[in-house]
Design a protein around this ligand. Structure first.
Ligand SMILES: CC(C)(COP(=O)(O)OP(=O)(O)OC[C@H]1O[C@@H](n2cnc3c(N)ncnc32)[C@H](O)[C@@H]1OP(=O)(O)O)[C@@H](O)C(=O)NCCC(=O)NCCS
Length: 336
């Protein structure tokens, strides 16, 4: 089976012309319950010099995709997403495709940065047994770095903007991030106390806290908020928006431990969202601090009167050192 499969498949990089074929196979209507970023981000992924976007064609038809980001000048990589065409799911082809693509990823990473990444970051839904089995097949020594709580709320921004300012009055003031603020973020007092696993999460993607990464996020149009504490800040958040098959999503990724700061970040992002968009917005709020989960829920539902949507998930962020594994191990045989 494997030999037959390998002779029929081609691995290649995605191009802009693949948009329709990819959308047809990638199930954007059901991935993340329809709040899929791929339709909005596809062309950006193709153009981004730090993204490796590979496709598998089987008999000339796109049936699998795998997207990875190279980070920190080639020091690390993030496994972003993989998708199998619906009609081929559950037939245990994924391991063969993943392994075939890995060779291309590693070659591409080397071409892009001149070195092999030392660290791999992966986010996994804690309920996805299929992904757990896929990871286990390679016996990879993943280390859990943090638990990520993702909560979904929707709100019709148009008629109810005014009450946001009232709510904001009694919360700590926040400012939009400026490059000079990096000096209040780099002290260990910030990273060690505020960041889970020492990483930033932005729209679920892990980033090391560094000046170049903050610059990159600013250039990508992220709305970034920080409190004004000195010498080190006590909170940081990232917001941004895109259209999905289920409508507009605005992600709010909050890094802090303090309840009042957490609420201030939410409300300031919601105000920002309302200043830019009208109509129904789905807010996807991410916190890594467990005790803030209840704070977010109560504040959004009881105070802001958001509708809580039944799509919450818990993710684990795993980190793997590439020195600890043989990245060139052979493609495991499909069981049948
Ligand atoms: C994730 C995905 C690529 C896996 O491909 P697939 O064809 O469905 O998976 P396979 O048939 O190759 O099975 C992979 C493993 O998961 C196991 N598995 C599949 N469904 C399972 C389930 N419901 N429960 C437990 N294990 C399951 C299989 O038994 C296999 O493990 P094994 O070989 O050790 O027995 C595919 O399901 C997909 O595209 N899903 C939608 C997009 C997505 O969720 N991507 C991942 C997050 S970005």
């Amino acid at each position: 089976m494997d030999e037959d499969l390998l002779s029929r498949m081609t691995v290649r990089e995605a191009t802009h012309d693949d948009y329709q074929a990819v959308m047809t196979m990638a199930s954007p209507d059901t991935f993340r319950d329809g709040f899929d970023y791929l339709p909005a981000k596809f062309h950006g992924f193709v153009d981004d010099p730090d993204t490796v976007f590979l496709l598998v064609e089987l008999d000339g038809e796109v049936v699998f995709l795998d997207v990875h980001f190279l980070r920190d000048g080639g020091e690390s990589w993030v496994a972003k997403t993989m998708r199998m065409a619906k009609k081929m799911q559950g037939r245990r082809f994924s391991r063969t495709f993943i392994a075939a693509m890995r060779v291309r990823h590693l070659a591409k990473f080397l071409e892009m940065s001149g070195r092999h990444p030392k660290v791999v970051h992966v986010l996994r839904d804690t309920e996805r047994q299929d992904l757990k089995r896929l990871d286990n097949a390679y016996d990879l020594p993943f280390k859990t770095k943090s638990v990520i709580n993702v909560m979904y709320f929707c709100w019709d921004a148009t008629p109810r903007k005014d009450r946001l300012t009232d709510a904001q009055m009694c919360l700590p003031a926040l400012v939009p991030y400026r490059p000079a603020d990096i000096h209040r973020l780099l002290p260990p007092a910030f990273s060690a106390t505020v960041l889970s696993g020492g990483l930033l999460l932005v729209d679920w993607d892990p980033y090391k806290l560094s000046e170049p990464n903050m610059k990159k996020l600013v250039e990508a149009g992220c709305y970034i908020l920080v409190d004004s504490n000195v010498p080190a800040a006590k909170s940081l958040s990232f917001g941004g928006s895109y259209m999905t098959p289920r409508g507009r999503v605005y992600h709010i990724d909050i890094h802090c431990k303090d309840e009042a700061l957490c609420k201030a970040h939410i409300i300031t992002h919601v105000k920002n969202a309302c200043s830019q968009y009208t109509g129904m917005i789905t807010f996807c709020v991410v916190v890594t601090e467990k005790k803030l989960k209840d704070v977010v829920m109560t504040f959004c539902v009881q105070y802001l009167h958001f509708k809580h949507l039944p799509h919450d998930h818990t993710y684990h962020h795993y980190k793997l050192k590439t020195d600890d594994v043989d990245m060139g191990q052979p493609i495991p045989k499909a069981k049948y």
